[in-house]
Design a protein around this ligand. Structure first.
Ligand code: GLA
Length: 414
């Protein structure tokens, strides 16, 4: 369920209690509230960092952030979910030397994302001062629904609003990706931040990760719904394997370039040229590159089939994507595979696949509207039997990207 008035009230109460208005400290008694959603990717996995195509959507699970400017240069942020406060000086954040090159920066939990965004905005020349903020969210963490991108983009939009920055959603997404790459030290692509910043209600977003051209593809709720099933599995090796896959793709490009000198990324390799060269690559690299090259083609085909309301075709592409992620890219796991098979057994499910980086997290299913209840029931009955684990099932709605939802002064807050 989306954050309702109850969650907004809870957030504002906690914010007021934690950081009461103080005329000596706060230039104005105005509180800004931003909503920032998670995302799910319909198809196009491990393509974004290969300059390829993705088809994700923002979801109705989100983080709400309430904030108010301060006179000084201190940032204080309180997380209701964690029961934890972080404070730092705006000019005291510097990208850790250890970050980048796939090495994570120093540990520090959720507040690293907040610091990273402040750092990236200041690096880009924006005047960011101190502020107080509180946040609360309902995006499952570590489940592949981009709670971290939601936090980053939410913080950026809050700061933009508080300090009147000239920052459009595409620039916001790029800055937040930079924060994650260079400050947090995770080498993600642009998909998550872009989707969180630019999602549109009732639509998926077809994004060209090279040019950042995008257009919206309707997902008519009267015909299809999306069910996201969390396996409950979280694998620590996800980030090291992610970086390994990135490196393998780069190695593949370097080898393919000997024969195709004009290519810059796997995005530039057509399936038929790849088939002619496949044998020249070491087997593992050929499988990794093959996944990306065919996945790009699947994304474009899926967007075209959705535009024609051909959900059956789109679903078949999702199953093919999962198979390729399992067998060629090797980023699935037994629980994800079981979840996909359970979905496949339910009449009215068009397609299902793992979503996000892999090694646990969620499966997304494209479902005929009248089959949602049967799918949820099948997952709840079958998944524990097959895996001994309890699933968390979310029926989700494509939602709008991060935006300010509320502004009020003290009186109106009371
Ligand atoms: C993670 C990354 C994204 C993308 C996916 C895989 O979610 O943050 O940039 O690479 O994995 O498609």
């Amino acid at each position: 369920m989306t954050a309702g008035p109850g969650q907004l009230r809870e957030l504002l109460d906690a914010f007021q209690a934690r950081f009461p208005f103080d005329p000596a400290m706060h230039p104005a008694d105005e509180t800004v509230v931003v909503r920032s959603p998670g995302r799910v990717n319909l198809i196009g996995e491990h393509t974004d960092y290969n300059d390829g195509f993705v088809l994700p959507l923002a979801i109705d699970r989100e983080i709400l952030l309430a904030g108010r400017r301060r006179q000084d240069e201190t940032v204080r942020v309180f997380s209701l979910n964690m029961g934890d406060e972080s404070a730092f000086p705006v000019n005291g954040v510097a990208a850790p030397a250890a970050a980048g090159e796939g090495k994570p920066g120093p540990p520090g939990g959720w507040s690293r994302y907040v610091e990273g965004v402040v750092w990236a905005l200041r690096e880009a020349g924006f005047a960011v001062g101190g502020f107080d903020a509180a946040l609360v969210g309902n995006i499952p963490q570590g489940g592949g629904l981009s709670s971290s991108a939601a936090l980053e983009v939410g913080v950026a939009v809050l700061i933009k609003e508080l300090f009147g920055l000239e920052l459009d959603p595409v620039a916001t997404a790029r800055l937040c990706q930079r924060a994650e790459n260079e400050y947090v030290g995770v080498q993600c692509g642009i998909m998550d931040q872009f989707t969180v910043a630019l999602g549109r209600q009732g639509h998926a977003l077809l994004l060209d990760c090279r040019t950042l051209e995008y257009h919206y593809v309707p997902l008519p709720a009267q015909h299809v719904r999306l069910v996201v099933a969390d396996t409950g599995v979280r694998r620590a090796l996800a980030s090291s394997e992610y970086n390994t896959r990135r490196r393998q793709c780069e190695e593949g490009v370097a080898l393919l370039r000997r024969h195709l000198p004009d290519i810059r990324a796997l995005r530039d390799v057509a399936p038929h040229s790849f088939e002619q060269l496949r044998d020249r690559l070491p087997e593992v690299l050929a499988r990794r590159c093959g996944h990306v090259i065919y996945e790009n083609a699947r994304v474009l085909a899926a967007a075209a089939s959705l535009a024609n309301d051909n959900f059956t075709a789109c679903g078949q592409l999702m199953y093919a994507s999962h198979k390729s992620l399992r067998d060629e890219y090797a980023v699935s796991c037994r629980e994800l595979d079981e979840m996909v098979e359970i979905a496949r057994s339910v009449p009215g499910v068009y397609g299902a696949r793992m979503t996000g980086a892999g090694f646990g997290g969620c499966v997304v299913s494209l479902v005929r509207a009248d089959a949602v209840d049967a799918l949820v029931a099948a997952i709840e009955a079958e998944y524990p039997k097959r895996t001994g684990k309890t699933p968390a099932v979310h029926v989700i709605t494509p939602s709008a990207g991060a935006a300010t939802v509320f502004k009020a002064s003290g009186d109106a807050l009371a």
